[in-house]
Write a protein that binds this ligand. Structure first.
Ligand code: SIN
Length: 563
C-alpha cells in the first residue's frame, strides 16, 4: 500500500508577505545556533517558532551534552562509542565532524554564558550515560541541561533582537515550503500561519534565499513520548511534501526509563534521565530481580536500544506493563542535589525516588532518521537546509548515542550557517524574487483533529517499540482508512495541519519500517529478531514522486572497522 502525499496542505491564500535572506524555522539548540551565527554574516534573518522561543524539545533535555572534554578522553573514543550505538550504519565522516568539532562548540556555549555544573576543581563535571565508555556528559542544573542551554541561547538572542538584521516571529506554524517555478524549482520560502496581533496575522508567505528547518522531532506520532506537544513533525512532513529525500525514518528511539503513570497516560510523559543509571541506579522486574546483568557488558548502561528491548522482553515474560528503576541506594541528599528536577517531578506525581522503586517503561523519545542532509546541512532540495532532530546527518545510524542530540544540533547548525553564508556571499543563491511563481496546486482535504488519538494508537500498537509484518500491515490499513475518510469539511487551521502532518509521517514511517526485514537499533521486529547485514546494512530513503506516490530505495553501506 504505497502512501500518497499531496504537494501542499489545504490552506487559505497568503494574506501577507515578508522577505529575508534566510528563514530559520525552530528555536531549539539547532535553530537558535543557526540564527545567531547567520545574523553575524547575512543581512536579514527571520527566525520563526511555533509557540514561544523556549518551547521546543531542547529545554526538556535532562542528561546533557556529550563531548570529549576530559584530557583522558578523545574524539576517537567518542567516535567509537557513537558507531557502536549506531549498529553499523552511521556515516563515519559525519560522526568524525561531530566528535572532533564538539568540544570547541561546547566551549563556545560556555563563552556565551551557559553554566555547566562544575566540580570542586572548577572543571566541568562529566558523567556517563548508556553506551559511553567514558565520563563525557556535561550537564547543567543537575538534570536541567537543555533548559540552561536554551536560556543562554535565548539571552544571546535577546541581546541582539533589536538589531534590524534579525526578526523573530513567534506563534508561527510553518504550513509548507515554497518552491520556485519549473525553471528554478529551488526552495524559496515558506507559507506560515501566525497567531499575531497586528501586521502579520493568519496565513502569509515568507520568501528567502535559503530556508533552514530546525523543527525538532515527531514524538506526537505516538501515544506516549518524552517530546513536548509541539513535536508534531511539521518540518519532516513539509519537506516530504515538497519532494525532499528523507532517510532512516524507521529508526525510532524509545527511551528505556520513562515514568509509567498508568495505562491511559497519553502525550508527553516524565523522563527519568539515563544519567540516573549513570550514577548507579539499577533496573529490576516486578519480582525485584535485576535483569540487565549478563545481557550486556555495560548492564543498565548498555546502548539505549538494548536496554529498551530488554525491558520490553521482561515485561512480556512477566506479564507486567512496566519494570522498576531502583535509585534508593544513591541516597536522598545525593538524589536531590544531582537530579533536582526529576526528584521534584516524581514527588509531584506521588513517587519518592529516595525511598521507593520508580515504575518505568519505554516511550518514544527520538527520531534518528529525518530529512537527509550532507555534512553542510544541505538537503536534496536546493535552498533547503536542515539541522537537529528534523534532519538525518547520518550521525546516529540506527540508534542515537545518549546525549549526542544536543551536540549534533550545535555542531551541524554551525556548519550549515557557514555554508549558507558562504554561498550567499558568493552570489550562489539569487534572491527569491528571481525564482518566479511560488505557488503550487492544493492537495486533498485535511485530516480532522479528532483522528489524532487514532493515529497515535495505531502507530503505538502497529509501528511502535516492537513491530512485525502483521502489526505494520494492520497499521497501514488503518492509516489508509483514516486518509480515505479525510473530512472535506475539516477547516484549515493549526490543529488540522498538525494532524495531517502526523498522518503523513505515520504512513511513511510505517511503509519504510515494513520494508526493513531485520532488527537493528531503534527498529525492532519480533518476526525478524536479528540484524541482517547481508541484506540490510544500509539506509532506506523515501521521496514523494511527481504523481504524489512515495517511492523508496535502499542504499547499502560498507562494513565499518571498529577497533
Ligand atoms: C536522558 O537524559 O536520558 C536523555 C538524554 C538523551 O536523550 O540523549
Amino acid at each position: 500500500m504505497t502512501p500518497y502525499l499531496p504537494d501542499r496542505l489545504v490552506s487559505p491564500e497568503p494574506g501577507w508577505t515578508t522577505t529575508a535572506d534566510v528563514i530559520v524555522v525552530g528555536s531549539g539548540i539547532a535553530g537558535l545556533t543557526a540564527a545567531l551565527r547567520l545574523r553575524q554574516r547575512v543581512d536579514r534573518v527571520l527566525l520563526v517558532t511555533k509557540t514561544v522561543l523556549s518551547e521546543g524539545s531542547t529545554r526538556w533535555a535532562q542528561g546533557g551534552i556529550a563531548a570529549a572534554l576530559d584530557p583522558a578522553d578523545s574524539p576517537a573514543e567518542h567516535l567509537h562509542d557513537t558507531l557502536v550505538a549506531g549498529v553499523g550504519i552511521c556515516d563515519v565522516a559525519a560522526v568524525e565532524a561531530l566528535v572532533s568539532e564538539g568540544p570547541v562548540r561546547v566551549r563556545e556555549l560556555v563563552a556565551l554564558g551557559t553554566e555547566f555544573d562544575r566540580g570542586p576543581d572548577g572543571q566541568i563535571s562529566l558523567t556517563r550515560e548508556g553506551g559511553h565508555h567514558r565520563d563525557r556528559i556535561a550537564h547543567a542544573g543537575g538534570d536541567a541541561t537543555g533548559k540552561e542551554i536554551s536560556r543562554a541561547l535565548i539571552a544571546a538572542l535577546d541581546a541582539v533582537i533589536d538589531d534590524p538584521g534579525i526578526e523573530l516571529l513567534e506563534h508561527a506554524l510553518v504550513v509548507d515550503l515554497l518552491r520556485g517555478g519549473d525553471t528554478d524549482p529551488r526552495v524559496c520560502g515558506v507559507t506560515l500561519h501566525v497567531i499575531g496581533e497586528g501586521e502579520v496575522d493568519g496565513v502569509g508567505a515568507a520568501y528567502a534565499r535559503a530556508v533552514v528547518l530546525a523543527t525538532g522531532g515527531i514524538g506526537q506520532v505516538y501515544s506516549s513520548t518524552t517530546n513536548p506537544s509541539v513535536a508534531t513533525g511539521d518540518g519532516v512532513a513539509a519537506a516530504l511534501r515538497a519532494g525532499a529525500v528523507v532517510t532512516d525514518l524507521e529508526f525510532v528511539q524509545f527511551h528505556p526509563t520513562v515514568l509509567w503513570l498508568g495505562e491511559g497516560s497519553r502525550g508527553q510523559q516524565p523522563l527519568i534521565s539515563e544519567a540516573v543509571r549513570g550514577e548507579g541506579a539499577i533496573l529490576v522486574d516486578a519480582e525485584g530481580v535485576r535483569f540487565m546483568q549478563g545481557l550486556h557488558e555495560l548492564a543498565e548502561l548498555a546502548p539505549r536500544d538494548v536496554v529498551a528491548r530488554a525491558i520490553v522482553d521482561r515485561m512480556a515474560q512477566t506479564g507486567a506493563d512496566h519494570v522498576f528503576l531502583d535509585a534508593r541506594h544513591l541516597g536522598r541528599e545525593f538524589l536531590e542535589r544531582r537530579f533536582p528536577s526529576i526528584v521534584a517531578r516524581c514527588r509531584e506525581l506521588g513517587f519518592d525516588p529516595a525511598t521507593e522503586l520508580l515504575p518505568v517503561a519505554p516511550a518514544q523519545h527520538y527520531a534518528s532518521g529525518g530529512v537527509r542532509t550532507d555534512l553542510r546541512g544541505r538537503t536534496s532540495l536546493d535552498g533547503l537546509y536542515a539541522a537537529g532532530e528534523v534532519s538525518c546527518t547520518g550521525v546516529h545510524g540506527a540508534n542515537r548515542l545518549a546525549s549526542n542530540s544536543l551536540l549534533e544540533g550545535l555542531v551541524f547548525a554551525h556548519r550549515l550557517a557557514d555554508d549558507v553564508s558562504a554561498r550567499l556571499a558568493a552570489g550562489e543563491l539569487p534572491p527569491a524574487a528571481a525564482t518566479g511563481p511560488a505557488t503550487r496546486p492544493g492537495g486533498p482535504a485535511l485530516v480532522s483533529p479528532r483522528e489524532r488519538t487514532a493515529i497515535q494508537r495505531t502507530m503505538t500498537t502497529g509501528t511502535g517499540a516492537v513491530r512485525s509484518a502483521g502489526t505494520m500491515s494492520r497499521a497501514e490499513k488503518e492509516l489508509a482508512a483514516i486518509a480515505e475518510a479525510e473530512a472535506a469539511q475539516t477547516l484549515p487551521g493549526p490543529e488540522a495541519w498538525e494532524t495531517t502532518n502526523l498522518l503523513h509521517l505515520a504512513q511513511v514511517l510505517t511503509h519504510v519500517a515494513a520494508l526493513r526485514e531485520e532488527t537493528r537499533g531503534g527498529h525492532v521486529r519480533s518476526d525478524h529478531p536479528h540484524p541482517d547485514d547481508a541484506h540490510w546494512r544500509g539506509h532506506t530513503t523515501a521521496v514523494r514522486g511527481e504523481d504524489g506516490l512515495l517511492s523508496t530505495a535502499y542504499h547499502p553501506v560498507p562494513a565499518q572497522e571498529l577497533t
